[in-house]
Design a protein around this ligand. Structure first.
Ligand code: CO
Length: 139
């Protein structure tokens, strides 16, 4: 079974501007420095909340999946929800057995938190792109 919500992914043309918006509008001022994740074609900035995080994501290249998302949603929008799992390989295998579509080649990739993740196609989850993320050991 999936565990706690780790973060909500929000696509935006500019992670710094969007972080500023969340700070001013909602008082969510605990933002981490932005960083690039070239393997996934994205720039990421985390905003820490009491029980979770926002993951603000902007495209690094025109080929980025986030660039395609922003073509359809130019001002940005909710992109994915990330849940924690104990074991990413077990979770991947369970998804495949249950007939869900795991994105990419099906192998976990290292995500923005430095731990392996997979993405499950929105068609399997009421139109919501779901990220499953392995919890770091000792968490
Ligand atoms: Co994410």
């Amino acid at each position: 079974m999936i565990g706690r919500i780790n973060h909500i992914g929000i696509a935006t043309p500019d992670v710094e501007k969007e972080a500023e918006n969340w700070a001013q509008l909602y008082g969510a001022i605990d933002a981490e420095p932005a960083f690039d994740l070239p393997e996934q074609g994205v720039r990421v900035k985390f905003v820490n909340l009491p029980n979770s995080q926002l993951e603000l994501i902007s495209p690094l290249t025109p080929q980025s999946p986030i660039a395609k998302f922003l073509e359809k949603n130019p001002k940005g929008g909710q992109h994915h929800i990330c849940f924690e799992v104990d074991d990413i390989i077990q979770a991947r295998n369970a998804m495949v057995e249950r007939g869900a579509k795991v994105l990419g080649d099906g192998n976990p990739r290292i995500g923005a938190h430095g731990v392996p993740v997979i993405f499950v196609h929105p068609v399997n989850s009421g139109g919501v792109l779901v990220e499953l993320m392995q919890q770091p050991k000792g968490h």
